[in-house]
Design a protein around this ligand. Structure first.
Ligand code: GUN
Length: 294
């Protein structure tokens, strides 16, 4: 019988702990941590994600400051807002929801965020810190959430073959860097030009899939005892939300597997809260949050 990696209940447990931690800071006389969330335009999925992030902030006691800007916001206007938030002492974290409308240069926007307030961990300085291990930066939320989940469920990582399908800057690439950090696991990155994907996925002890294609991974593509982490969120025509893995069939071969929904998604949100508390802690001389130390 497979083990279900229940992200939802773990996220709820972590939220209770964060709530408690934040109330402790308030009792010591510190102000609430605060996160500025910027959404540009009307992307329906982004609107849902942003609402979840804001609600979770409020729940644990993080002050969320929302900016919902119209689709035709100019790059200059957005840069001006970020500059103001960079300079505000009462703003600990800044999150710009992606994707941005096409007329805005995403790279320029990410580069403009103060790396110490970059709770997404997308700024090149934070990416570079993770890649080199020279210093501890902010780790992107989805891979951090997956790492926290694997640790929580005691999934062994040492000397394992980790195969990552999908190499986005948001999930795949930083995920591999986390596993690589202590030279514990061996990493294989697969992407749209990988020849014979199955050959690679079959070798995986831990398989992470973040592509956005329903049933990309089928039962014949995994080995017995695999740990499967499904990052995909796909809406089918009938309205059902599914991941990238054919869960119903793959689960029978798995040692452990994440469901969709209720797997990685809730941990991404909770990692944003953890990163926000972590930058707040650093600012207040309390050091990084222990869950962000990999
Ligand atoms: N869009 C999809 N995932 C993310 C994320 O983790 N952060 C931001 N800012 N935008 C996203």
């Amino acid at each position: 019988m497979y083990k279900l990696l229940d992200g939802k209940s773990l996220a709820n447990k972590l939220k209770e702990e964060l709530k408690e931690e934040i109330s402790h800071y308030l009792k010591k006389g510190l102000r609430k941590p605060s996160l500025a969330v910027i959404l540009v335009g009307e992307n329906p999925a982004s609107k849902i994600y942003v609402r979840k992030k804001e609600e979770s902030c409020e729940y644990v006691g993080i002050n969320s400051i929302s900016y919902h800007l119209p689709e035709d916001t100019t790059e200059k206007q957005l840069l001006k807002l970020i500059n103001e938030l960079n300079n505000r002492d009462d703003v600990d974290g800044i999150l710009v929801q992606l994707p941005l409308p096409e007329h805005i240069n995403t790279k320029k926007i990410i580069n403009s965020i103060n790396p110490q307030k970059d709770v997404d961990g997308f700024h090149p300085l934070n990416v570079g810190k993770l890649a080199t291990g020279i210093d501890e930066g902010v780790i992107p939320c989805t891979p951090l959430g997956i790492w926290i989940m694997l640790k929580h469920y005691d999934i062994e990582i040492f000397k394992k073959n980790v195969v990552i399908v999908g190499t986005s800057n948001i999930v795949g690439k930083p995920m591999g860097l986390i596993f690589l950090k202590n030279e514990e696991a061996t990493i294989t990155y697969c992407h749209k030009n990988t020849k014979n994907l199955k050959e690679h996925t079959k070798s995986a002890d831990i398989l992470i899939v973040a592509v956005g294609k329903p049933k990309l991974i089928t039962e014949d593509m995994v080995k017995e005892g695999v740990v499967v982490v499904d990052v995909g969120i796909n809406r089918l025509q009938n309205g059902k939300i599914v991941g990238d893995v054919d869960f119903d069939n793959v689960k029978n071969k798995a040692y452990a597997i994440t469901p969709v929904p209720g797997g990685v998604g809730p941990l991404t949100v909770v990692s944003l809260l953890i990163n926000t508390v972590s930058v707040y802690r650093e600012k207040n001389g309390l050091g990084r949050h222990p869950l962000t130390i990999i």
